[in-house]
Design a protein around this ligand. Structure first.
Ligand code: MN
Length: 236
């Protein structure tokens, strides 16, 4: 057997302090999972629960503190947009799949945690929302998922609280706490597993706190989740 076209490399996330890699299957993202962010986007979190969309696994690229030069990894400003936003997020990495996973068993499926940016073409996302169209052009574009190195649960423990923050050019723009998640991590895994067959290698971007905003070329984005890790990237 041979492949009839070139086989592309499997998307992977880095592991902190190791050359090992985490092979990525799917990238699920939770929308409006922090109440203050839902409100800043013009929605009422008491009336509209969070929801899901996906990025493509090959949208990810390594953007840990040790990736790239002084400014970190490079995030290329994408085409067809004049309003690209940062969204700092805690990322959950699954070691085991399943369907209809109960909340009390959900954390048994977690390999570890990391941090990522759900970079968003906000103008294209806004047009899609208005037209009732899918969000893919706003969310799943090339290199839209800078991700820091993952750390195993054996190092971090399970994450239910911790400051989540993002600075742009040294100025704080997002400052929340993972304990403000509307859907906790077990609730998110359980709910997702009712909709999809979860697999080892799935990542979940758990949503962003308030303070999202635009970047321009030259901006340096630095952020993290306390007890999990950090990320750094320059817009080029
Ligand atoms: Mn997001």
């Amino acid at each position: 057997m041979a492949f009839v076209i070139p086989e592309l490399p499997r998307p992977c996330a880095a592991i902190a302090g190791s050359d090992d890699l985490f092979p990525v299957h799917r990238v699920y993202c939770v929308g409006r999972n922090y109440a203050e962010h839902a409100r800043e986007m013009g929605h009422d979190p008491d009336r509209e629960p969070p929801f899901f969309f996906q990025k493509s696994p090959d949208n990810l690229f390594p953007a840990g503190p040790d990736d790239g030069g002084a400014g970190g990894a490079e995030f290329p400003y994408p085409p067809k947009s004049d309003n690209v936003h940062f969204e700092m997020e805690l990322v959950v990495a699954l070691s085991k799949g399943g369907t209809d996973i109960s909340e009390d068993k959900a954390l048994d499926h977690v390999w570890g945690y990391g941090v990522g940016l759900d970079m968003t073409r906000r103008d294209l996302q806004g047009e899609a929302k208005k037209a009732g169209r899918p969000w893919d052009v706003g969310k799943a574009f090339e290199l839209s998922g800078p991700i820091g190195p993952l750390r195993p649960v054996t190092e971090t423990g399970h994450i239910s609280e911790g400051r989540i923050w993002l600075n742009v050019n040294g100025e704080n723009r997002q400052d929340g706490n993972v304990n403000q998640l509307i859907w906790s991590i077990p609730e998110t895994i359980s709910y997702l597993s009712g909709l999809f067959d979860l697999k080892p290698g799935d990542l979940i971007f758990t949503g962003t706190p308030a303070g999202v905003g635009p970047v321009t070329k030259g901006d340096v984005m630095e952020g993290g989740v306390d007890g999990v890790g950090e990320i750094r990237a320059t817009v080029v």
